[in-house]
Design a protein around this ligand. Structure first.
Ligand code: ACO
Length: 362
């Protein structure tokens, strides 16, 4: 019998939230193309779409934006935790711990209000812990700024450039939702026990930080830094594939064609990095690697995934690599919480089976 691994092709839930069509390279959020939402709408509007099921009108947008903005401050318990946590702890671990701590204030069933407060506070936790690791004083949230602009402001203390806000906003929207990926599944499994939304999101953060999921962009930067220049690209990639290494930022369980998020982010990054030699190298590595992957892994249809260009966009807006996966988390928390609201509507505890392959008693 074939090995049963990775739940490949198994349907774990029905959902109205997002559709990933891997054969055609389509990503749809509640009836809209995600790549179009990413360039024409703001984070708050797409959070509303994913949670409530429709784009807000002008007055709904205003009220909803104000609700999110008013929940940005750290609860005292979290602030105390962050002030006492060892500085060298990775930000994803800090985030997971802080969200787990919030679970004391959450209870079943999950609500829109809970989704708003978790989503609003995630960037504040990231920025607080990032600055504290650098020995810098925290920057309090500015409720006059949009969700995306305020995140950049809390990291740097400076008013962010409009081009950076636009690029990050597109990235955050494209990162919000992606069907039954590992972290979303982890969140739904935890909630299915009638545990609370914060516990489920904390579990999702734990799944997100692995290098096969949300940890990849940091590795993409490391790979491009190691390659160094276009002349070395082919030899470097060949050696990696000869060793049996995985090229970070390539391949996807579902997409067997170009990842539409990668395509959209490439355009957004191009606008920011037209004369950047690093971006030029990234484009060259993409082309070279796709050809070599076809040579070494024929028929596997391996292309760049969202993480490859996430790395480029983060670099273009000057976010350091330790913020890559946390920033992806600040996007995906919207999708997780939308799935948790949906899970509660149809809840039945997840309980798959395993096939016993060990010895039987004599
Ligand atoms: N580099 C080289 N070979 C690869 C890569 C890669 N990036 N990805 C898959 N392959 C190969 C595998 O070695 C395997 O070859 P084989 O059939 O000769 O054994 C074949 O392609 C199929 O690979 P699977 O492991 O079955 O693919 P799976 O669907 O389980 O994995 C994953 C998907 C984890 C994303 C994988 O492509 C990978 O490890 N990519 C690199 C890490 C990465 O970029 N992660 C970010 C994903 S996007 C996200 O999570 C938001």
């Amino acid at each position: 019998m074939a090995k049963v691994t990775g739940l490949d092709g198994i349907v774990a839930a029905e959902t109205d939230i997002g559709h990933v069509d891997g054969e055609n390279g389509h990503l749809i959020y509640r009836g809209y193309w995600a790549k179009e939402l990413a360039v024409h709408y703001e984070y708050e509007e797409i959070a509303h779409l994913l949670w409530v099921g429709k784009l807000p009108d002008a007055s709904e947008k205003q009220q909803f934006t104000a609700r999110l903005a008013s929940s940005r401050e750290l609860p005292l318990t979290v602030r105390r935790l962050l002030d006492n946590i060892p500085r060298e702890m990775p930000i994803m671990s800090v985030l997971q711990t802080a969200i787990a701590l919030l679970s004391g204030e959450f209870s079943w069933p999950p609500t829109l209000e809970q989704a708003i407060s978790l989503t609003a506070v995630v960037p504040t936790i990231i920025a607080y812990s990032y600055r504290s690791q650098l020995g810098l004083a925290p920057i309090e949230p500015d409720n006059q700024l949009s969700h995306t602009a305020n995140y950049l402001y809390m990291l740097t203390g400076k008013q962010p450039e409009p081009a950076h806000i636009k690029a990050l906003n597109a990235y955050l929207i494209l990162g919000m939702e992606h069907g039954m990926n590992a972290s979303t599944f982890a969140a739904r499994v935890v909630l299915s026990t009638q545990s609370d939304m914060a516990s489920a999101v904390s579990a999702a953060v734990g799944a997100m930080k692995g290098p096969l999921h949300g940890g990849a962009p940091t590795e993409v930067i490391a790979m491009l830094d190691a390659i160094g220049n276009k002349e070395h690209a082919e030899a470097w990639i060949r050696q990696a594939l000869e060793r049996g290494d995985r090229l970070m930022g390539f391949g996807h369980r579902i997409y067997k064609t170009r990842d539409p998020r990668a395509e959209a982010l490439r355009h957004v990054t191009e606008a920011l990095s037209s004369n950047d030699p690093w971006f030029d190298l990234a484009i060259h590595v993409e082309k070279t690697a796709i050809a070599l992957l076809e040579e070494y892994k024929p028929g596997r249809r391996l292309y760049t995934n969202v993480e490859f260009f996430a790395a480029s966009i983060m670099r273009a807006i000057a976010l350091p690599s330790e913020l890559f996966t946390p920033t992806f988390t600040a996007a995906r928390v919207v999708g997780w919480s939308a799935h948790l609201l949906e899970q509660a509507q149809v809840n039945r505890i997840f309980r798959p089976q395993s096939v016993y392959t060990g010895p039987m008693p004599e």
